[in-house]
Design a protein around this ligand. Structure first.
Ligand SMILES: *Cc1c(COP(=O)(O)O)cnc(C)c1O
Ligand SMILES: [Zn+2]
Length: 415
């Protein structure tokens, strides 16, 4: 079968590899590989208005811009990943003194996080290369997404997760029928172990910042932002600013790649400004950005936002560039602000897990520090559902009173 993409390019040394020549990272330096599409062919065949093959309300509407074949799975959750809603929240905007604020909510994805985008594409790739077992190391969401997308099409998954992952995420992994191995260690140790196991047992590995296809799935969020928001921006000459929570740095790199693809096709004249937000307790990428280099130094991650708790981010270099090349920046926020952001988003009907509310906490700080102007159009990505980590949610809000089953008791509480 003719490959749907032209080649891979190493993000560190620039070496190019044919579609069949490599599977994961650059053999020379371990750099992450960018998938380079056949832009001229795509441009000749499609226009911005009719480039989607299918009228599908999912990321598969962009099949022609993805490096995989149609994976089938019609009528299964695999076909429901992506095409998430964008909410315009006037109340939050008012509160922050902003005029144009959108929240793109990833919690309606089939396994309730942004990670379904990457896992859907990796499951398609696995089928295409005849891989029988796909493995991932995950703090929870990537694993749940792989387990769920694999289950949707009857494929097999093995997941390595730290045993400290929130119970809801572990429950999802097991319910979806994956082989689940809880590692008595942190995410970084689970990551390294999963790679050793991949090489030893001949599995296909989905790991973030390792498998080049995850960013290709994540880029579909940029396509949606382009369709849902950018093409309808207010005519004030301001480009969109996008706030993204960052752990390994693969979401921010993937979204940047999506905008770059559209730009290369001539369909997006100006790339949005991208602002990455990390927890102060897990800020390796923000540190490199503010030092002014791309040298990602590991930290001892300590944050309640488990999905962005990473010692050594695996996609740090491209994540630094996503902000630098778009005139963006990196912001860090403490766990207290991350919890506050859960409560703020809740007031407009959006339930975020800590790693997801981190992006909104970053916007609050950006407004405080005047990094954004009142008339800047702004989009905040809400990457995962609050149901993923109920314990953290309970820390974000006051407890509800327990009362006797009498009206008197009700009156007393209402004061
Ligand atoms: C994975 C994840 C992130 C961060 O993505 P990276 O690619 O690791 O930077 C943010 N929020 C949620 C909910 C996630 O699951
Ligand atoms: Zn290289």
């Amino acid at each position: 079968m003719k490959p749907k993409f032209s080649h891979y390019t190493c993000s560190l040394c620039g070496a190019e590899y044919g579609p069949e020549d490599v599977t994961y990272t650059c053999p020379k330096d371990g750099g992450n590989l960018d998938v380079i599409l056949k832009y001229d062919e795509i441009k000749a065949q499609f226009s911005p208005d009719k480039f989607m093959t299918l009228p599908e309300a999912s990321l598969w509407r962009y099949l022609n811009l993805l490096p995989v074949e149609d994976p089938g799975g019609l009528g299964t959750p695999l076909r429901r990943a992506g095409w998430t809603p964008v909410y315009k929240s006037a109340r939050l905007a008012d509160q922050l003194g902003l005029q144009h604020l959108w929240i793109k909510d990833e919690s309606p994805n089939p396994t309730a996080s942004f990670k379904d985008r990457a896992s859907a594409i990796v499951v398609a790739r696995a089928a295409q290369i005849g891989a029988e077992i796909t493995v991932a190391a995950s703090t929870g969401n990537a694993g749940a997404a792989l387990a769920g997308m694999a289950a949707a099409v009857g494929a097999k998954a093995v997941i390595f997760a730290p045993k400290t992952a929130p119970p809801a995420k572990i429950a999802q992994l097991i319910v979806f029928g994956a082989k689940v191995l809880l590692v008595d260690g942190n995410y970084d140790q689970a990551f390294d172990l999963s790679i050793e196991a991949t090489h030893t047992f001949g599995w296909y590995n989905r790991n973030t910042g390792f498998n080049p296809f995850t960013a290709e799935g994540k880029k579909t969020a940029a396509f949606e932002i382009w369709e849902q928001v950018i093409r309808r921006l207010p005519e004030n000459g301001k480009r969109l600013t996008v706030f993204i929570s960052v752990g390994d740095g693969n979401i921010i790199s993937g979204v940047h790649k999506g905008f770059k693809d559209l730009h290369a096709l001539g369909w997006l004249p100006v790339i949005p400004r991208i602002i990455g937000v990390q927890s102060t307790g897990s800020a390796a990428i923000a540190n490199a950005f503010h030092r002014g280099d791309e040298d990602i130094q590991p930290v001892q991650a300590d944050t309640l936002a488990d999905s962005i708790s990473v010692d050594l981010p695996r996609d740090g270099v491209r994540a630094v560039r996503a902000a630098r090349e778009t005139g963006g920046t990196y912001i860090t926020v403490p766990d207290t602000e991350i919890l506050k952001a859960i409560a703020e988003l809740g007031k407009v009907g959006i339930f975020a897990e800590p790693a997801a509310s981190t992006a909104y906490a970053g916007l609050v700080k950006a407004v405080d520090e005047k990094l954004v102007a009142a008339d800047d159009p702004i989009l905040v990505l809400n990457t995962g559902s609050g149901l993923k980590d109920v314990k953290a949610a309970m820390q974000a809000v006051p407890e509800a009173p327990i009362i006797e089953p009498t009206l008197d008791a009700v009156r007393k509480v209402l004061g």
